[in-house]
Ligand binder design. Structure first.
Ligand SMILES: [Cu+2]
Length: 165
């Protein structure tokens, strides 16, 4: 009985994985051995001058690389930042040396963690738009990407056509 339950659970799990993983594959970028999955940002409230960019970067190669900056249409400057908790307070700081992506490693840029800080927005980001931009790596150089503009309160990468929680 226990055995049967485990099989059932395993097949339910793999079915769920198939559903959530498939749509994301449509929005990824490659540069050499680097894979950049689902760059996204949030819709901005009227008058906002800053936004944050998120994505997942995997290094399939044998040498480390570093995300050192980027650019985006309608944005003056893009910096690599980190949010972290210090003495129970959320702090944000600029990472002058960027973020290293070691061989075989996947680094997630996400809310409350690493992010691209987009400053000097000329106009707002509208939900559903794709913002053309680029990521700047120490070795791979400039890699063109598109940031998908998700809902104003989005907290994570949402698969296309999925329900929000
Ligand atoms: Cu920041």
């Amino acid at each position: 009985m226990l055995h049967f339950r485990n099989i059932l659970r395993a097949s339910l799990l793999s079915a769920a994985l198939t559903i959530t993983a498939a749509p994301l594959a449509a929005h990824e970028f490659k540069a050499g051995s680097l894979e950049i999955d689902h760059p996204w940002t949030r819709a901005t409230p009227t008058g906002a001058k800053t936004a944050a960019g998120y994505m997942t970067i995997t290094n399939h190669g044998t040498a480390p690389d570093r995300l050192v900056g980027g650019s985006a249409d309608g944005v003056e400057t893009v910096e690599v930042h980190q949010m972290s908790v210090e003495n129970d307070l959320m702090k944000m700081r600029k990472l002058d040396d960027g973020v290293e992506i070691k061989p075989g490693e996947t680094v997630e840029f996400k809310p409350s963690s690493y992010h691209l800080m987009m400053m000097g927005l000329k106009s707002g980001f509208k939900q559903g738009a794709m913002i053309k931009g680029a990521l700047a790596f120490e070795k791979a150089g400039k890699v063109p990407v598109e940031f998908e503009v998700q809902a104003i309160g989005a907290t994570g990468a949402e698969a296309h056509g999925h329900h929000k929680h």
